[in-house]
Ligand binder design. Structure first.
Ligand code: DC
Length: 674
């Protein structure tokens, strides 16, 4: 997961390969709730691991469920319909799929056991209405007290006035959120009373497909929901939640929408394969595939995956009532950027009470990239940009804002020389439903080499390049190339093979055939983790000698160039800015006095338990500097235009800050929001 303050996505020019979507949030949280209140043990496969399911899991643990996490499955030992817990406070973050059903379930439990529970969330959760559910629960006879604002969390549920009032239908409004109806349906099997329960929906039920998911899940846990259209539901008395033993969660259709959209825009040569979902999905957002088809995508459904590619281009503008697919409709808003005219997304008033006011947020952010947007009470009309702008996209702690707007990075595909990066602020918000969304995007998205930004940091040995480069890479969410490690690996291979540092030809052949792999901050040579050996002084000394051979440098060039991949690269070494990445957006030349550097190297070695002598270290590094500086091939010199940074008297943090400030100045984004 990217936990950086912002993430810059370079201009993308295609998608290819395979991506697997994580488990459905709506199904995962319903399955967890039902498994938690069922009797028996449920093995859940394909569960989503994200902020929202974490919140539900924590609540189940609090309730007294025993949970066993295994690599591919989760085992829930249900607490049954009468958990022993009598009083507790549940913190439910900003997870609507936890707050609503748990409010109903705990209210009904409290009504029969006399327990008292508090339910709280984030400040945004306390702005999201729950009054329609509270009204229905009170009419049913549950005790519900909103102790912030009436009709909003936080709230307390406790024993009500008497037995549940099931003689008359329970009435609930369905036009603000379908989750109120779903919550009642999920909770009513917990009632102690054996009478039938009838629910009548007032107003037009929105997001109908989610109620479909609720009834299917209840069916899996032994509860039959009789229904008359979408207005009247009956749960016969005497039914209790029973674990199905095993339950498989299908992939998330809303999450799939981002990749269906990416493929509609950028899968030009071959389809993008999206695993974990197909058209038989029980999730309403699978209808996004039809909407994408209507705009021009070619979508083929197989058993367990979709193959999606670009069809018509540019995409056809769309005019759609989005009531049935409120979440995936946000993806349509981003797709509309690539259409041949104005798209109209209608009946989306529910966007206003989601993670943020999505109508206002989407309008604002789409305008930033250059689109013309009309925002109505319950619709958006979107006309694609004539001129695209690099934009700092605010995400409002809303995962879907981040994921949908990331599609704007495919702007080079509109042609005409358009090519601007997109900055996603606070990318970690995707953790709500897909913590590794950006990683998934970056495995399938392609960009032209020159569009991928590089920040080069060069300097003499022990100047602190490595520390600086890795901190900068972490702050930007970029890949890191420690080119010294590449030369050191070649040196280690030469030492192992007994090749003389003066035999340039043999060294070059060896370098060209290196089996070298970098994984996170570890380096593997011929499959062995050699990261620690590479730091040895003798290896560094040989690296310095063999790196003077132009043939060796040429042989190691491709390994280094291959590091330049989406979203960007921080490269450290001697010639990153001057030779390997001449077009780097920022070049830094880092220096420090020899005494300072000798002391740093000394401390580094001592901390690793390696004995060292500070004077000989200083002599060593000065002679290595001289060799690196005086060699004819790629001598150690500051690249033209490099930012000269002497960090002798700077802390690591101050050096990092100086580089990040210089980086920001070179990026095309408005800097104020970061
Ligand atoms: O940065 P370092 O100490 O790990 O580098 C080891 C040697 O590799 C160094 O003495 C010079 C050589 N090197 C190089 O020639 N060019 C680079 N880009 C990086 C390192």
């Amino acid at each position: 997961m990217f936990t950086t303050r912002f993430l810059d996505i370079p201009p993308l020019n295609g998608v290819a390969g395979t991506v697997r979507v994580p488990g459905s949030k709506s199904i995962s949280n319903r399955a967890l709730l039902l498994a938690g209140f069922a009797s028996g043990t449920t093995v859940i496969e394909g569960l989503l691991h994200s902020d929202d399911t974490r919140v539900m899991l924590d609540a189940l643990v609090q309730l007294g469920c025993r949970i066993e996490a295994e690599p591919d499955r989760l085992i829930v030992h249900g607490a049954g319909a009468r958990p022993a817990l009598r009083s507790a406070t549940f913190f439910l973050g900003n997870a609507g799929t936890a707050m609503r059903p748990l409010t109903a379930a705990l209210a009904i439990v409290a009504a029969s056991t006399g327990a008292s529970f508090e339910l709280r969330g984030t400040p945004r959760m306390h702005e999201r209405p729950i009054g329609d559910l509270v009204d229905a629960l009170r009419a049913l006879g549950c005790g519900v007290e909103c102790f912030g604002r009436e009709g909003y969390p936080p709230l307390r549920v406790s024993a009500g006035s008497g037995p549940l009032a099931l003689a008359a239908p329970i009435r609930v409004r369905g036009d603000v959120s379908s989750q109120f109806l779903s919550a009642l349906l999920l909770a009513l099997p917990l009632r102690a009373d054996a009478a039938d329960a009838v629910i009548e929906v007032e107003g037009e039920l929105i997001s109908k497909p989610y109620v479909e998911i609720t009834s299917k899940l209840l069916g899996a846990f032994g509860i039959d929901v009789e229904r008359d259209g979408t207005q009247r539901f009956r749960l016969r008395g005497g039914q209790t939640l029973r674990s199905p033993g095993r339950f498989a969660v299908e992939g998330d259709a809303s999450s799939a929408s981002y990749f269906i959209a990416a493929a509609a825009i950028g899968a030009i040569e071959a389809p993008l394969r999206i695993e974990g979902i197909d058209s038989a999905s029980i999730q309403g957002d699978i209808a996004f595939a039809d909407a994408a088809r209507a705009m021009g995508a070619q979508v083929e459904s197989h058993s367990g995956w979709l193959d999606v590619r670009r069809g018509r281009w540019p995409l056809a503008a769309i005019d759609l009532d989005c009531n049935a697919l409120p979440d995936a409709a946000m993806t349509l808003a981003a797709l509309a950027l690539f259409a041949d005219g104005t798209s109209h997304l209608r009946n989306i008033a529910s966007w206003r009470v989601k993670e943020t006011d999505r109508l206002a947020a989407m309008a604002r952010e789409l305008r930033k990239v250059g689109a013309t947007v009309e925002e109505g009470d319950d619709f958006l009309s979107i006309t694609p940009p004539t001129i695209w702008r690099a934009a700092s996209i605010a995400t409002y702690d809303d995962h879907r804002m981040a994921m949908a707007m990331s599609l704007a990075a495919f702007n080079p595909l509109v042609g005409g020389g358009t090519s601007v990066p997109m900055r996603i602020l606070d990318p970690r918000c995707v953790g709500k439903t897909w913590p590794d969304y950006f990683e998934a995007l970056f495995t399938v998205a392609t960009a032209s080499r020159e569009a991928i930004p590089v920040l080069a940091i060069d300097g003499p040995t022990a100047s602190g390049k490595g520390t600086l480069a890795s901190a900068v890479a972490a702050a930007l969410g970029y890949r890191l190339l420690d080119s010294g490690a590449v030369y050191r690996a070649a040196a280690k291979a030469a030492l192992d093979a007994g090749i003389d540092a003066d035999d340039g030809r043999a060294l070059a052949d060896l370098a060209a055939a290196l089996d070298l792999r970098f994984d996170a901050d570890r380096c593997f040579l011929d499959g062995d983790d050699v990261s620690d050996t590479l730091r040895l002084e003798e290896v560094g000394a040989v690296a310095s000698r063999i790196s003077a051979w132009p043939m060796v440098r040429a042989a190691l060039l491709d390994v280094q160039l291959a590091f330049r991949s989406v979203p960007g690269l921080v490269a450290d070494g001697r010639d990153m800015g001057s030779v390997v990445f001449r077009d780097a957006e920022l070049k830094v030349f880092l220096t420090a006095g020899p005494a300072e550097r000798a002391e740093r190297r000394y401390k580094q070695l001592i901390s690793k338990g390696i004995s060292a002598n500070i004077d000989s270290l200083r002599a060593d590094l000065e002679s290595r500097d001289a060799r690196d500086r005086n060699r004819s091939a790629s001598p150690l010199v500051p690249a033209e235009g490099a930012l000269m940074l002497d960090n002798s008297a700077l802390s690591v943090e101050a050096s990092v800050e100086a580089v990040l400030v210089a980086w920001q100045e070179r990026r095309p984004f408005d800097r104020s929001p970061v």
